[in-house]
Every structure is written in structure tokens, then in C-alpha cells.
Design a protein around this ligand. Structure first.
Ligand code: UDX
Length: 438
């Protein structure tokens, strides 16, 4: 079967490469000729483990091709996926103008029955809008169906998430389009992946409900960690024991400097905006947003308490991306914290295994170091902001020697408080009381 993917960004390219791996004939379209030319020469515009190899394999096997021609992409395919960006607007609502433009283009280009699938995260009602725009743009009536098939890919493990998902959601209006979508995901039958077939509106909401719930779970454990510090409890044990209750589950209970990335902040804001539109107060979602904002300022307060003052201090930061295994710094708590530190007069030096280039463009005043150890060089404190594996086994003796004062602020609870104190560090972490250094 031949399918096309419109929009070769993160979701589009992962979807294209994985469907090609499933054995389908895939055309990946983007209106940006430079992006397409780069991908044709094997360059991937962002870091995602395994993606480059998968794209190469698809291209070499002749199953993955690239184009800038929308009409060609539409005419070749029985199924057309829309994976263009849906950025947030200032009021938190979602800008679906790219989706609308693509829908109109598809309507104009379509010459035979096609299934149009929205994979981008779109507000409830977008599927019906896509249907209307395609109908209005058609030069003569051609039969088509609209489907919602939201993605649940995590950056850094997107390929694994695509190939071994927890579930596939298909929102459709007729059995024929559901059957065609199920066919695309046929390799997943072998691993008994549940397929949830429902209406378009329900599918659209499932994505927002899932991400808002996960963001709320993180905000909950972050708030609990503050209480742990006040009463002398250990958040890791609290989370562990909570997670052993099957109704709660152990995932997404890691306390940290707050959630970030391209999805959670945007999706929670969007569900609040959709709620407003329908006069339905989304109080829990709003509380998650507020708690997440407080968490970042709390991290700066922690650094201030550890150092006495931030002004004129040299602070080394390990990790810039919003989480490990990605170069993405969108809504990264590390970047937000660095900005606050710079505003308070700190001199910040940082290192990240993948996100240095992106950060240099956004924060030119930041000193970028060549490795983890240069970060600690002559610094008043070191802050571990993103839990890359490289930072889990640091030569702590070397770091201690290089620091002006042995202050280690661990915003991801990577290290053991007692061990750090025994090594002579003033060790600060989240939701745990640190012993006094030996
Ligand atoms: C998320 C969803 O997981 C995915 O299903 C959706 O399609 C897109 O949004 P992603 O943004 O790639 O994926 O990252 P994820 O691994 O979910 O982490 C999001 C943020 O939450 C990160 O900032 C991470 O550090 C933080 N987080 C996650 C915590 O602070 N604690 C946790 O326990 C888990």
C-alpha cells in the first residue's frame, strides 16, 4: 500500500520511517525544499536515536521517498497523513492554520478515494474542519474519509514508541477507513497492541486527556516533594510505594525541575483553552500549569539558598535539553532556570551532549563548555539539570577538586545524598533531606 506523510518534521519523519519499516511504500512531503534536499542526502534535522539509520534503510530499500510536491504525494497515496505543526498561540489556543492549508491543498489535488488522517495533535473539532475544507476545495466530488490517529511518541524513544505502542487510537466515521488504518498497523497484531476505534472527536480528546493527566501526575509528585523536604520525608520512597499500587502505577512519578518539551506545556494550555471555549473549567489542568511554573522558581530558590546569593556567582549547569536523548530545548526547565540565574547576575557555564547548538542561538550570553568537567571548572556550584546517562557516573572527585566550593545541586535526584555527603559535597536534591557533609 502507498501512503503519504504531509509535513516532514519530528512526528512526520518518525511516522514515515516507521511505516516504511512496516513494509509500506511511503512518500514524505514537505514544502521546504532545503529540508527535503537535506533529508534526501541522508541528513536528519534533529537528534532522535535510531532515526537516521531507519531513514537510510527505508531509502535504500526504495520504500521511502521525499518530495516537495503536495499533489504528487496526494495522488500516489490511498492514505494521507497530516503531520504539520500546530503551535500554541499567546492565549494558549492552538494555531491550526497549517493543517487548514494542507487540507485545502489535499482537496484540490485529490483525484480518487483517499483516507485523510490527522496525526498532529489538534483541538477537538479539527477533524470536522478538515472534512469541510477538503469538500470545499474539491474541483469535482471525490469520495474521501477523515480519520484522527493521534501520535503518542516520546522524544528520545519515538521509534520504540511507534513500533511497540501501548495502544493505537483510530477515530473515524466509517468502518472502511478503520479497516484501512488497521491494515497499516498490521505488524502490531503480532505483539497484540490494543486498537481503540472510536469517533473522531473522542480520538482528538484522548490525546489531550492523556498528556494532561501525565503532566498533572508530574506536578503532583513535584508538589509532594516540597512537602517531603518540609517534614523530612524521602520523595523517592513515597513515589516508589505509591507506584506499587496498580491503580497509580510507577511511571511519571519522578520528581524534577518541572515538565517541559514540545507537548505537555502546549497540550495542557490547549485543553484549558478548549475548556474555556465550551465554558468548562479545567481546574486540575490549570493547577498542573501553576505548579509547574512554581517548580522552576523553587529550583532557583534552592540554588540561592545553597549559594547564599546568585549575583556574581559562577554556576555550572549539566544538561540543557528538556530531557535526555534529545536535542530539543523547547520549554526546557534547564533553560528557564538558566535565564532566571542570568537575570539575577550569575555567570553560567553549561554542557549538554546534544543541545549546545540550539542553546547557543537562544542564549548567546551562556558559556558553552566542551565537557562535563569544564562545567565545574572554577564554579561556585554545579547544577545537574537534565539526567543524561553521561551525568550518572561522573568522576565526582575530579569535579570536587575543580569547584571553588563543593556545592552539588542535583535537580534530578541522580546521586545518593549520604554518599555525596561522605565525599564532602554540600549536596542538594529534591524532596530529600541531605545529610551534613563529612
Ligand atoms: C510526551 C508524551 O509522553 C508523549 O506521549 C506525547 O506524544 C508527547 O509528549 P515527550 O514530550 O517527548 O513526550 O517527553 P516525556 O518523556 O513524556 O517527558 C515530558 C517531560 O516530563 C520532560 O520534561 C520530563 O523530564 C518530565 N518528566 C517525565 C518528569 O519530570 N517526571 C517524570 O516522571 C516523567
Amino acid at each position: 500500500m502507498h501512503i503519504s506523510i504531509i509535513g516532514s518534521g519530528y512526528v512526520g519523519l518518525v511516522t514515515a520511517a516507521c511505516f516504511a519499516e512496516f513494509g509500506l511504500q511511503v512518500t514524505c512531503m514537505d514544502q521546504d525544499p532545503q529540508r527535503i534536499a537535506a533529508m534526501e542526502s541522508g541528513e536528519i534535522p534533529f537528534y532522535e536515536p535510531g532515526l537516521q539509520d531507519l531513514v537510510r534503510k527505508g531509502r535504500q530499500g526504495g520504500r521511502l521517498t521525499f518530495t516537495t510536491d503536495l499533489a504528487q504525494a496526494v495522488n500516489q497515496a490511498l492514505v494521507v497523513f497530516i503531520t504539520v505543526g500546530t503551535p500554541s498561540t499567546d492565549d494558549g489556543s492552538v494555531d491550526v492554520s497549517s493543517i487548514e492549508a494542507v487540507a485545502t491543498g489535499i482537496g484540490r489535488a485529490m483525484t480518487s478515494y483517499t483516507v485523510i488522517v490527522t496525526k498532529s495533535t489538534v483541538p477537538v473539532g479539527t477533524g470536522q474542519r478538515v472534512k469541510f475544507l477538503i469538500e470545499s476545495a474539491q474541483r469535482e466530488p471525490v469520495r474521501f474519509d477523515v480519520v484522527s490517529n493521534p501520535e503518542f511518541l516520546r522524544e528520545g524513544s519515538a521509534i520504540e514508541d511507534f513500533i511497540r505502542p501501548n495502544r493505537v487510537v483510530i477515530g473515524a466515521e466509517c468502518d472502511e477507513s478503520v479497516a484501512i488504518l488497521k491494515d497499516l498497523y498490521r505488524p502490531l497484531y503480532l505483539i497484540e497492541t490494543p486498537i481503540v476505534a472510536t469517533t473522531i472527536e473522542t480520538a482528538e480528546l484522548i490525546k489531550y486527556a492523556s498528556n494532561t493527566f501525565l503532566a498533572t501526575k508530574i506536578s503532583f509528585i513535584n508538589e509532594m516533594s516540597v512537602l517531603c523536604e518540609k517534614v523530612g520525608a524521602d520523595i523517592r520512597m513515597v513515589a516508589k510505594a505509591m507506584g506499587l499500587d496498580g491503580r497509580i502505577g510507577s511511571k511519571f512519578l519522578h520528581t524534577g525541575p518541572g515538565y517541559g518539551g514540545s507537548c505537555f506545556p502546549k497540550d495542557v494550555a490547549a485543553i484549558i483553552s478548549t475548556g474555556k471555549e465550551h465554558r468548562c473549567e479545567m481546574g486540575i489542568a490549570q493547577a498542573a500549569v501553576d505548579a509547574n511554573a512554581r517548580q522552576k522558581t523553587r529550583m532557583v530558590e534552592k540554588i540561592r539558598t545553597a549559594l547564599g546569593t546568585i549575583n556574581n556567582k559562577r554556576i555550572g549547569v549539566l544538561g540543557l535539553s528538556f530531557k535526555p536523548n534529545t536535542s530539543d530545548i523547547r520549554e526546557s526547565p534547564s533553560i528557564a532556570i538558566i535565564r532566571l540565574l542570568l537575570t539575577e547576575g550569575a555567570y553560567v557555564q553549561a554542557y549538554d551532549p546534544e543541545a549546545m547548538q540550539e542553546t547557543a542561538q537562544q542564549l548567546p550570553e551562556l558559556k558553552l563548555c566542551s565537557d562535563s568537567y569544564e562545567v565545574s571548572d572554577d564554579a561556585d556550584a554545579i547544577v545537574l539539570a537534565t539526567e543524561w546517562n553521561q551525568f550518572r557516573n561522573l568522576d565526582l572527585e575530579r569535579i570536587k577538586k575543580q569547584l571553588r566550593t563543593p556545592i552539588f545541586i542535583d535537580l534530578r535526584n541522580v546521586y545518593q545524598p549520604t554518599r555525596m555527603a561522605n565525599m564532602g559535597f554540600q549536596y542538594w536534591s529534591i524532596g530529600r533531606v541531605s545529610p551534613v557533609p563529612m
